[in-house]
Every structure is written in structure tokens, then in C-alpha cells.
Write a protein that binds this ligand. Structure first.
Ligand code: HSE
Length: 432
């Protein structure tokens, strides 16, 4: 008989129910792997009668997650409620105040209150496990915090939102509309309660802000993340990019520049031959560039109940082994300040798609405006299949060589003023 650790779960959605199932069905396996008997004692959810595929009737049910978190019936509090403030934060504070370890999948909460909670947990020698908060089942937190700790990281980037990757994949492969693909992702249980958080890039930003702190040893700074979502990506953008050898992914990217740390979330062109371009559907991928190890790419299920619960269980096992480490890889009191890189100073290649009035000189004038800003073009193409005979418009796609974002913005605004296009140009950054 191993050490007994009593577990309470607040929030019984897809991840909570899967965590409860694993604790119940695989208790022997978990005991063999950890030497601990993880005993689920208590749960908390709004709806007691919902069918969750497992019988939870024998456990102590709480209406209030704070009461569960403070209860003497538990040693570890598992927070799967969600939301950056409110009951989730109150309950985690109550758990720490009452000497309980915490495991959470709540990226918004960790990104917003992580430093404060880390300091509190560390002062009481308690653990906060949040492996499940970033990239679902992929063990990326442990990889950066422990296994890659000997590296100086220069860049970390990845596909961090399963819903967006699912939508973009369905739009590319099956020509689904954005709306239909989103409905599918929701029905499969990938999307947040409010899917705007997924498609507008906020969910990716939460995860990126956490990874940035771990990778660069800095305080989490969610406000410094530049965010663009995928709502304005059209099937035409995806097809134009594909013709030029690129796929479109929603990436979170963090890197160290001369002026500070750049954190950005936006639709991004990646070469179709690159490994990350092959990552499709709900799958997530995180690439880490370390000075010793080179590039590491971690790929796996980024959303879904069972995959995310796998990471929750991994954190429980770590606590079972007595692993209480600094939450963000260094003590909360010695996290470095976050120095934000200069705005719009991003240097890279750009994909630009313009709806051009099809008349003589338009093409040349566009190229001239680009040249004025010292922007060197890798491709400028117009595809006859994109010609709209009724409106006389022609889709023109441009790929630039490395240039400054500000220069692209100035050139596009001049092209607009010249009257060659009549709607907003599409501009998508390229990550190489
Ligand atoms: N809504 C998230 C996603 C779930 O689609 O990736 C995991 O955080």
C-alpha cells in the first residue's frame, strides 16, 4: 500500500470528467508508477445530474469550489473551472492558504496571476502543476523547465490552439467555410466556452505568455503579446499561399531581439515542406530553439478531454513523487523583468494579397511603391483563375524578402491611396 494522496476536482467538463475517469479506472497503474494511491474524494460542478460517462455519486459533492479547496478531505486541489478570476482564483488561493498542492489547466489564470501564485506556493513549499494549461497533452512545461534547462533559448514558437488549427486545416483540405469548421470544432469539444478566445488568438496568447516566461526566465507579460486572430483568413488566402508553397497556421512566437522580447500571435505562413506545416487538425506543436540542443519540436494532441487529463495526471504523479519546484523554473522572487521589444519592428518576410483594379499600370505602380520602401520582392503573381470578370478585379499575391513591418505598412497605405485597390489588403507574416 503506497502513500495516500486525496484529490479533489473542481470543474467536471470534458477535462475534469476524463481526469476523474483515469483516477478511478487506472488507480492500480498510477500506484505502480508513482508509489502513491491517488484517492479521488471530492468533486464540485454546477450540474450534478449530467451524464459524464462515469459514476461520481459516491464522492463528496461541493457546490462551492472554495469550500472544496479548503476541505480537510483533500491534499491536492485540481482546478478545472476556467476563467482568470472569480471562483477559480478564489479556490486556488484557498487551496494554497490551506496547505494543498494545486494542479490547474487554466492558462488564462496562470498567465494573469502566475507570479503571485508562484510566490505564495513557494513560500509554503507547495506545488502548482500547470502542464495541462499549455498545448493540452504535450509535456512542454516540464520539457522547458527541466529537461532543456541547460539551454539558453533564443526562440519558441508553435501551434498552440487546437481549434484554430482544426479550422485552418478543414478550410485548406476540405474547403469548408470558417463558420462551418468552427461549428465542427465546437461540437468536438475543442473550443473554449466562448470560442472567440480561440479564433481571436487570446487562448494562444495566454499559452505563449507562459512559455515565454519559462523560456526566458522573465515575468509573465500577457499585455505585451501582439495578437491577431484567424477571423479574416479566407479560403482564397489559403489557396494563394498554397500555390506559392506555403501553409497558413496560427502561431504564437516569442524571441529575444536587440530591443527586448517580442511576443506575437498571428496567422503565419510557413513553408509547406517544414515539419510544423504538416501538423494538422487539433494537433499542437511547439518548437524550441536552444543553444545546446538545437531545435526541438514537440507534437501532440493540444485539446480534448483525455489528452489534457493526461497532463493533469502527470502533474499529480509529480506531486506524488514529492516534486515541489519553482513554478516557472526559477523562484518567483527572482524572475527577471520583461523588457518588451519595440512595436512594429518585426523583421521578416510578408505575404500580401491585394484585390487590384485590372487596368494598365496597376501592377507596375504596386511594385514601385514597394521599391520606394526598399522592399525586395520574392514573388509577385496574379493568377488568372482569381480574375473576377464582373468587377474587373484581379487578385495579386506578393511575397517579400526580409523587411521591416513598418515599411510594409507604409507601402500598403500608399498603394491604397493610389486607388489601385478598394478593400483592405491582406498582410500575413512569414516565419522561417
Ligand atoms: N480551446 C483550446 C484549444 C483548448 O482549442 O486548443 C485547449 O486549451
Amino acid at each position: 500500500m503506497g502513500k495516500n494522496l486525496k484529490v479533489g476536482i473542481a470543474g467536471l467538463g470534458t477535462v475534469g470528467a476524463a481526469t476523474a475517469r483515469i483516477l478511478i479506472e487506472k488507480s492500480g497503474h498510477l500506484l505502480a508508477r508513482s508509489g502513491c494511491n491517488f484517492e479521488l474524494t471530492s468533486v464540485c460542478a454546477r450540474d450534478r445530474s449530467k451524464d459524464r460517462g462515469i459514476d461520481l455519486s459516491e464522492f463528496n459533492w461541493h457546490d462551492d469550489p472554495v469550500a472544496l479547496a479548503a476541505s480537510p478531505d483533500i491534499d491536492i486541489f485540481v482546478e478545472l473551472i476556467g476563467g482568470e478570476d472569480g471562483p477559480a482564483l478564489d479556490a486556488i488561493n484557498a487551496a494554497l492558504d490551506n496547505g494543498k498542492h494545486v494542479v490547474t489547466a487554466n492558462k488564462a489564470l496562470v498567465a494573469t496571476h502566475g507570479e503571485m501564485l508562484a510566490k505564495k506556493a513557494e513560500s509554503k513549499n507547495l506545488a502548482i502543476g500547470y502542464e495541462s494549461a499549455v498545448a493540452g497533452g504535450i509535456p512542454v512545461i516540464n520539457a522547458i523547465r527541466d529537461s532543456l534547462a541547460g539551454n539558453k533559448v533564443s526562440r519558441i514558437f508553435g501551434i498552440l490552439n487546437g481549434t484554430c488549427n482544426y479550422i485552418l486545416t478543414r478550410m485548406e483540405k476540405d474547403r469548408l467555410s470558417f463558420a462551418d469548421a468552427l461549428t465542427e470544432a465546437q461540437s468536438l469539444g475543442y473550443a473554449e466556452a466562448d470560442p472567440t478566445f480561440d479564433v481571436a488568438g487570446n487562448d494562444t496568447a495566454h499559452k505563449l505568455a507562459i512559455l515565454t516566461s519559462l523560456a526566458f526566465g522573465t515575468k509573465i507579460n500577457l499585455d505585451a503579446v501582439y495578437i491577431e486572430g484567424i477571423e479574416n483568413i479566407t479560403p482564397e488566402d489559403i489557396a494563394s499561399a498554397a500555390r506559392l508553397g506555403y501553409a497558413i497556421k496560427l502561431l504564437g512566437v516569442a524571441l529575444e531581439t536587440d530591443s527586448g522580447i517580442e511576443q506575437r500571435v498571428h496567422p503565419t505562413l510557413v513553408l509547406r515542406s517544414a515539419l510544423i506545416a504538416q501538423v494538422s487538425g487539433v494537433t499542437n506543436a511547439v518548437a524550441i530553439d536552444g543553444d545546446e540542443v538545437g531545435e526541438v519540436l514537440l507534437v501532440g494532441a493540444g485539446a480534448g478531454g483525455d489528452a489534457t487529463a493526461s497532463a493533469v495526471i502527470g502533474d499529480l504523479i509529480g506531486i506524488g513523487f514529492g516534486q515541489v519546484r519553482p513554478v516557472f523554473g526559477r523562484p518567483g522572487s527572482s524572475m527577471n523583468p520583461h523588457v518588451q521589444a519595440r512595436l512594429r519592428a518585426h523583421e521578416g518576410g510578408y505575404f500580401i494579397r491585394l484585390n487590384v483594379h485590372d487596368h494598365p499600370g496597376a501592377f507596375a505602380a504596386i511594385a514601385a511603391r514597394m521599391a520606394e520602401q526598399d522592399i525586395s520582392l520574392e514573388h509577385i503573381v496574379q493568377h488568372h483563375e482569381d480574375h473576377d470578370a464582373d468587377s474587373g478585379r484581379q487578385s495579386v499575391t506578393i511575397i517579400t524578402h526580409e523587411t521591416m513591418e513598418e515599411h510594409v505598412r507604409v507601402a500598403l497605405s500608399a498603394i491604397r491611396e493610389d486607388g489601385h485597390i478598394d478593400n483592405e489588403p491582406q498582410m500575413i507574416r512569414i516565419e522561417r
